[in-house]
Design a protein around this ligand. Structure first.
Ligand code: MLC
Ligand code: AMP
Length: 511
């Protein structure tokens, strides 16, 4: 047998002294050196008893070692579960318990907080810091740099990614080797990636975009990556001259456009700019084209499906659209209730089928059945339409979701915490336009009878329980929440009422 994902993305580069990662400063990590690190790490996982199919939960800063841990899991057949570094202990506890992780890798500063939980679950706990140090790398250093790659099949699971749901309980999306590999190969071909490409990589690697799109596509083509710890405008501008391509969320592009150093001279050599994870305003598209003479290539994907559609590499990259279904991906616009396919031009729910679509939600058969039809079509929850030329446009969401700087925020998760606070009778969390993050959460509260909510105390309580990016940027107290005749809160009314809340806020300013 073999290990399709590891063989095609990693092992095929064995012996290559060429750079895989260009590091800040002038450091370079070759493919061969990277593979040696992954081998030592894979041996270290085996040494603590991990076997194929076990889950490894990793909440670690972006580093070459963190990326090598992903490769180590692939070669060891361990299911990789990357976790947003902003998650609090309370959020982490859920993911670690729900996934049944046999091993937890965290930053040393989080070790004390997670030790009792890991112990209680019988999970090994090791550390990895942003500089690549920690007990995990110390253990790996004792291990040989050769490792016998474990046999895997394409339908074996390679990763879990948790994506919250409108009910507030996060769901573990199960991604197979074939889900990841098939999508990476299609994208590398469609976007013309080659071993000459140098991708400017400033995305986090705990989500689909930075890990399964940017990294896997580069690996599929054998290119290299300028591996930045995070997005920073100055760093982007300093490194763009050495890059050939870049991937980012819309906030990356609006921030770059706000810097006059970002101009045609700086990027004339670049061959590709890709955007996704959140809507790109047509106005941003046009600003970018006017400034650089190049057009951003916008694509659409999800944690559950990897990438679904892409604007063409050759041909019109139509602003306000997410292009065409990828080769091998079927897409239809369906009636929200009946699921029947709707004629061209009509707005409905986007459903997709293909090798990119996940294997279901971990231990949630009912939620899986509710979103994954027996015929294999996945109900995305996104509202879209097809135009006369076949371009897909996303025109809204049938799911209660806010996307802030590319991160998903599910209002229910925040409403549960707000409703828990003394002085609060009920709450509604809505997404409001924000010039920097695209959308930002705002909490609308109704006070308990005769009480005056202490907004500062409420903000502190939210901060203690939820990742920073989920925190409502404003808390507003109202007499009552608007409801329809069925008694359902009309969030659209609230969105309209507060749409202009952050108009005039400078880009990057914290309102
Ligand atoms: C950081 N903060 C955010 C935030 N990112 N708050 C809300 N939304 C965000 N996205 C917090 C910081 O912790 C900080 O808190 C404060 O906001 C100001 O931070 P900042 O300096 O302005 O933000 P920055 O650190 O620059 O990060 C912004 C960003 C980052 C856009 C660079 O969010 C980012 O890299 N986003 C990419 C997300 C991503 O990879 N999405 C892909 C999902 S996969 P404080 O308290 O310290 O001030 C997917 C599928 C697909 O969607 O299709 O790809
Ligand atoms: P996630 O679950 O984090 O992968 O987020 C997936 C969601 O991001 C999708 O369901 C869409 O709502 C949104 N999304 C991704 N790409 C785009 C895009 N190009 N335009 C608009 N929304 C997008």
């Amino acid at each position: 047998m073999a290990n399709p994902l590891f063989d095609r993305l990693f092992a095929c580069h064995a012996g290559r002294a060429d750079p895989f990662l260009h590091l800040p400063g002038d450091g370079v990590l070759s493919y061969d050196a990277f593979l040696a690190v992954s081998a030592r790490l894979a041996n270290a996982l085996a040494a603590v008893g991990l076997v194929p199919g076990d889950r490894l939960a990793a909440q670690v800063a972006k580093s070459p070692e963190a990326l090598a841990l992903y490769a180590a899991c692939a070669r060891a057949g361990v299911i990789f579960l990357p976790l947003n570094t902003a998650y609090t202990d309370e959020e982490l506890r859920y993911f670690i318990e729900d996934s049944g992780a046999k091993m937890v890798v965290c930053d040393p500063v989080r070790e004390a907080g997670l030790a009792p939980l890991a112990k209680g679950l019988g999970a090994a706990l090791m550390t990895l810091d942003g500089a690549g140090g920690g007990s995990l790398t110390a253990a790996a250093a004792e291990q040989p740099e050769t490792h016998a790659v474990v046999d895997r099949a394409g339908n074996d699971l390679a990763a879990f990614l948790y994506t919250s749901g409108t009910t507030g309980r996060s769901k573990g999306a199960m991604l197979s080797q074939h889900n990841l590999l098939s999508n990476a190969l299609v994208l590398a071909d469609l976007w013309r990636f080659t071993d000459a490409d140098v991708l400017l990589h400033a995305l986090p690697i705990f989500h689909t975009h930075g890990l399964f799109v940017a990294t896997n596509v580069t690996l599929a083509a054998g290119g290299s990556m300028i591996f930045l710890p995070k997005f920073d405008v100055d760093a982007m501008i300093a490194h763009l001259p050495r890059a050939t391509a870049m991937m980012g969320v819309p906030t990356f592009y609006t921030r770059l456009l706000d810097d006059k150093r970002f101009d045609r001279d700086l990027v004339g050599h670049m061959r590709l700019f890709v955007s996704g994870s959140a809507p790109m305003l047509a106005e941003t598209h046009d600003r970018f084209a006017a400034r650089t003479g190049q057009r951003i290539l916008e694509r659409y994907g999800m944690t559950e499906t990897n990438m679904n559609t892409s604007n063409p590499y050759e041909g019109e990259r139509r602003a306000g659209t997410v292009g065409f279904p990828l080769p091998g991906v079927e897409l239809k616009i369906c009636h929200p209730e009946t699921g029947a396919a709707l004629p061209e031009g009509e707005i409905g729910v986007i459903e997709v089928r293909g090798p990119n679509v996940f294997q279901g939600y971990w231990q949630m058969p009912d939620k899986t059945a509710a979103e994954l039809r027996p015929d294999g079509f996945f109900i995305t929850g996104d509202l879209g339409r097809l135009d006369g030329d076949g371009y897909v446009s996303i025109v809204g969401r049938g799911k209660d979701l806010i996307i802030s700087g590319g991160y998903n925020i599910y209002p229910k998760e925040v409403e549960v915490v707000l409703d828990d606070q003394s002085g609060v009778l009920e709450s509604a969390v809505i997404g409001v336009p924000h010039p920097d993050f695209g959308e930002t959460p705002v909490g609308v509260l109704v006070a308990a009878p005769g009480e005056v909510p202490d907004l500062e105390a409420i903000g502190a309580a939210v901060a203690a329980r939820l990742a920073r990016f989920k925190h409502p940027r404003e808390l507003i107290v109202v007499e009552e929440l608007p409801r329809n005749t069925m008694g359902k809160v009309q969030k659209n009314v609230l969105r309209d009422r507060y749409a202009g809340l952050f108009d005039g806020v400078a880009q990057g300013a914290q309102a």
